[in-house]
Design a protein around this ligand. Sequence first.
Ligand code: HEC
Length: 125
Amino acid sequence: MTLAPRYLRGVVAGFCVAPSLALAQPASAPAGPAEAGKLTVEAQAARTMQARNLAASCAVCHGTDGKPPADGPIPRLAGRQQADLVELMFNFKNGKRSGTVMPQIAKGYSDAQILAMAAWFADQK
Ligand code: HEC
């Protein structure tokens, strides 16, 4: 086990305490058959919070909410297409694209976590 993913997991676990507590609460029962399988407003909000907390790990380099200083060397993540961000992360993760730090960082996240973070960054304007 390398240091970086362990560090990141620690950070992620720390950030996720509140949302996972929220998820531990029983969700209110769906109103009827039409509602079955849909997320409650609370469950959706908890997922958004989890994605935001995952994305907070990126802020140290990519800036708060994925908005780095405009004149800096680090690429902006906020407001970009989710599909583009997912592709970039998958390419780092599977070794198609090299980089100084991102290949190691991307390997620390599951595909589902990458999808969630990318959706969250896409929503930041
Ligand atoms: C230690 C600083 C650092 C952290 C933390 C970091 N990044 Fe990066 N990121 C970089 C650098 C530097 C690059 C340029 C590629 C490289 O050298 O690895 C980059 C590039 C990227 C790119 C490619 C952008 C493009 O237009 O090519 C994406 C997407 C990205 N990072 C997403 C993330 C996400 C999501 C996180 C949080 C899970 C994250 N980064 C955390 C430094 C960082």
